[in-house]
Design a protein around this ligand. Structure first.
Ligand SMILES: NC(=O)C1=CN([C@@H]2O[C@H](COP(=O)(O)OP(=O)(O)OC[C@H]3O[C@@H](n4cnc5c(N)ncnc54)[C@H](O)[C@@H]3O)[C@@H](O)[C@H]2O)C=CC1
Ligand SMILES: O=C(O)CCC(=O)C(=O)O
Length: 528
């Protein structure tokens, strides 16, 4: 069995580590406590690395990662990942985009309220200095204040919604969204940065890049209202730190709530000397809920990437973004996944791969076919497959690749089908993505299904007679296997196909028992 090395470079939730531990094909190394120089040796033969903001993926890291296929940034910001450098070495960079959104939103609210009511200071006064001085702690209300949000993405937009509930007058500045994204939420949209600078409170939620570094500097602060409040729970350096310090020192900025610093850890930062600032040590993602979500999603993405099943949330897939619209990208990922699934269900020398598409995605058949081929051949040909060499390797192996744009005859807006022919049999899988981004396998070998391509799959085909579901259920229970989901498809030949998704992989002994059932036609497993 092929094994893959995944190095966890920073702390992630235990549940994510367990997922890596429980996958028989993954050898994982927990290196969060390893010194960053020693880490370079640990990653030398790694297939995938999971990183957070404490690990910079810079030229040293990339140079040391000789076999790396992918990096999963367990969080949103990839400003500490050299994406171009990774692309040059063929390393795919992924993030986990929305798992910590709510945690960052709520921390922003905590900072905003702390700035208005100064309660970290009054808390310290009472708790640590034992002073009861109510007249010292007059603050301000959020109600009626004008809030300027710079960057109206996942976090900024949710901050906007919460601030509307506080009866604030909310205005968003984000040149990369349609105005309706704000106005639909009852938030005013502006394309005037000066309007934002004129607000009572300003909060920023953009990525950190060449356009946003120092987006607020001395000149912008000079244009602000006296007594403005600034919040930054996005990235250090979006507000120029020297200008922020001067503004706070002079009292032009009344208060600031800051979670992030240009250089972290920031234990010796001049901003910490001021007494009109509330700070936290980059805690935007620090809730148990978000760490669970990020840890498990990062582990899932790392497993999929290591095996070549899919590269979800990738930044640098070899796709020309100007030629391939955003809605097609998830279908490419899905195509790779069902290509992988088809080849796992049909483990024999491959004769041909046929990729068909219906709907608007049919225009992008060549790209779909490349991704399906990568998934199908991932680690099955003894070669390292990537998006550049996939069709070349297929050709070298004598595998015929066919594509076809089908007529729109199905009930689905877009449908991708993979038909994998080996010298033993044919496996045919159809899949789609619904409007909400939900991936679904809708047909396997002529059996209609409705199942998410994720988890430990056992495909049990049987003669369609009464009592089989009960037998299969109790057999698995006897073998200590818990069923998470059970989907059934039937055909007109008196056969049924059960797709059983289990919490843990079904072991060989149980598979043999399943095959021995008199109704059984075939049993296959695949882990996605
Ligand atoms: N403090 C913490 O622990 C955390 C920090 N973050 C950071 O928060 C920030 C926002 O994250 P998300 O909302 O998830 O990202 P997102 O990608 O959903 O939203 C970012 C928004 O910024 C906009 N934007 C880009 N350039 C802009 C510009 N020049 N002016 C105005 N808007 C611009 C984009 O159009 C987008 O709508 C990121 O920097 C991320 O790294 C995220 C999670 C936790
Ligand atoms: O967990 C981390 O590394 C911090 C979270 C963060 O800043 C992000 O997701 O962008």
């Amino acid at each position: 069995m092929e094994k893959y090395k995944v190095v966890v470079c920073d702390h992630i939730h235990e549940a994510g580590l367990e997922m890596l531990q429980n996958d028989p094909q993954i050898d994982y190394v927990f290196a969060a406590d390893v010194d960053k120089t020693a880490l370079l040796d640990v990653i030398a033969d790694a297939d995938v690395a999971i990183t957070r903001s404490s690990t910079d993926v810079d030229d040293k890291f990339i140079g040391a990662a000789k076999q790396m296929k992918a990096i999963v940034r367990a969080g949103v910001g990839v400003d500490n990942v050299d994406i171009d450098g990774c692309s040059k070495e063929g390393i795919i960079v992924m993030n986990v985009p929305t798992a910590n959104t709510i945690a960052a939103v709520e921390l922003t609210m905590a900072h905003m309220l702390s700035c208005m009511r100064m309660f970290p200071y009054s808390h310290d006064h009472l708790k640590n200095q034992r002073i009861w001085k109510r007249e010292k702690w007059y603050g301000y209300e959020l109600k009626g204040k004008k809030l300027g949000i710079i960057g109206f993405g996942n976090i900024g937009s949710r901050v906007g919604v919460r601030c509307k509930a506080f009866e604030m007058d909310v205005v968003a500045y984000d040149p990369y969204i349609p105005a309706s994204k704000a106005t639909d939420l009852g938030v005013k949209y502006t394309d005037s940065f000066d309007e934002i600078l004129g607000c009572d409170i300003i909060t920023i939620h953009t990525p950190k890049n060449s356009e946003t570094i120092d987006i607020i500097g001395a000149d912008e602060i000079a244009k602000m209202k006296d007594g403005v409040v600034l919040v930054n729970c996005a990235r250090g350096g979006l507000y120029n730190e020297e200008a922020l310090y001067d503004g706070l020192k002079s009292g032009k900025i009344r208060f600031a709530g800051i979670d992030v610093f240009k250089k972290e850890p920031a234990t010796d930062h001049p901003l910490l000397d001021l007494d009109n600032i509330v700070v936290s040590p980059h805690l935007g993602a620090n809730t148990f809920e978000s760490q669970y979500n990020i840890g498990t999603q990062a582990a899932q993405q790392a497993i999929e990437a290591a095996k070549g099943i899919a590269f979800p949330n990738a930044f640098n897939l070899p796709i020309d973004e100007t030629k391939i619209p955003a809605f097609v990208k998830p279908f490419l990922e899905l195509g790779q996944k069902i290509g992988f699934m088809a080849s796992e269900l049909n483990r024999a020398p491959i004769v041909s791969i046929k990729v068909s598409a219906q709907g608007d995605i049919a225009e992008y058949l060549d790209s779909l076919s490349t991704f399906v081929t990568v998934g199908t051949l991932a680690d099955k040909t003894g070669d390292t497959i990537n998006y550049v060499n996939a069709s070349f390797i297929a050709e070298q192996k004598g595998i015929k690749i066919e594509t076809s744009a089908e007529l729109d005859s199905s009930a689905y807006k877009n449908l991708i089908s993979v038909k994998l022919t080996t010298d033993k049999r044919v496996v045919d899988i159809d899949a789609t993505i619904f409007e909400e981004g939900v991936q679904r396998i809708v047909e396997v070998n002529g059996f209609d299904l409705d199942v998410e391509p994720k988890g430990n799959f056992t495909l049990f085909k049987n003669t369609d007679v009464p009592g089989v579901i009960g037998k299969v259920g109790s057999l698995l229970a006897r073998n200590g296997v818990n069923i998470g989901d059970f989907r059934l498809g039937r055909n007109s030949n008196g056969e049924a196909l059960a797709v059983i998704i289990t919490d843990t992989p079904v072991k060989d002994a149980a598979l043999s028992e399943l095959s021995a059932l008199e109704e059984c036609i075939s049993v296959d497993t695949v882990r996605l």
